[in-house]
Design a protein around this ligand. Structure first.
Ligand SMILES: CSC[C@@H](O)[C@@H](O)C(=O)COP(=O)(O)O
Ligand SMILES: [Zn+2]
Length: 241
């Protein structure tokens, strides 16, 4: 195969664009920001974007803040979630593996998301530690009467939560391997069909949005709320009035 054929086969053009809003440019740019906010340090966390019938996915186990557009995988959507070997990759960078978060990102896209963000934010982790483990599958973080709640949707097509509403984010238990979180994420989404986020105990959070801007601002609002909640807990202040 000549070099030109190799390029065509690996569809490099799918990650080459001058447009800063192109997913292959946006994912590295967002991950640089997320690294500085403590969301994706030490290779943890990540981001995936859907544009039309293409899903853009970061590689696994790399320094997410150093990622380049040519490191990005592209999946043809729709794609089987399992087995992993059946997924329709139309671009695979050499010597890299796709993120272990891929089936979780695909679960968000099945819900109609345009972008899904996974963070290892310490505020998210601390909140999962403060909510009682005994609650098991019903574990849920709840808070009300905080202005930033208005940054979170009430549900698809239902507008945003109001100041007096109670924000509820389900919590699932962590698993030994990232991929094995998928059934827990699916169950939480079924139980809380209006949620745009699921916390993972002792691990972090998955947040998705209709598009990249919404996923990012929702993730920012939640991180702000989790930090506030930890500080409120330290002061003995209740989360729900
Ligand atoms: C610090 S390793 C973290 C990983 O195991 C996982 O939790 C994660 O979020 C990132 O997985 P990755 O496959 O690198 O995209
Ligand atoms: Zn993770």
């Amino acid at each position: 195969m000549c070099p030109a054929d190799q390029v065509a086969t690996n569809n490099d053009h799918l990650v080459q664009s001058e447009d800063p809003e192109h997913p292959a440019n946006l994912i590295p740019e967002l991950c640089r920001k997320f690294y500085n906010w403590g969301w994706v340090t030490g290779t943890g966390g990540g981001t995936s974007i859907r544009q039309g019938d293409h899903i853009f996915i970061a590689p696994s186990g790399v320094q997410k803040e150093l990622m380049q557009p040519n490191n990005i995988f592209v999946l043809q959507w729709p794609t089987p979630k399992y087995p992993a070997s059946d997924r329709n990759y139309i671009r695979k960078p050499l010597k890299l593996n796709p993120s272990a978060c891929t089936p979780l990102f695909l679960t968000a896209f099945e819900q109609g998301a345009g972008c899904c963000i996974h963070t290892h934010s310490q505020w998210a982790v601390l909140v999962t530690l403060l909510v009682e483990r005994e609650k098991g599958p019903d574990a849920c973080f709840e808070i009300s009467n905080i202005e930033q709640i208005k940054g979170i949707p009430r549900g698809k097509g239902k507008g945003m939560l109001g100041f007096f509403d109670t924000l509820k984010i389900p919590i699932i238990e962590n698993t030994a391997f990232e991929e094995d979180l998928t059934s827990g994420l699916e169950a939480a989404m079924n139980k809380y069909p209006d949620t745009y986020a699921v916390l993972v105990r002792r691990h972090g959070i998955y947040v998705w949005g209709d598009n990249t801007a919404k996923a990012k601002t929702q993730c920012e609002s939640l991180d702000y709320i989790f930090q506030l909640a930890v500080e409120m807990h330290k002061l003995g202040l209740p989360w729900v009035k």
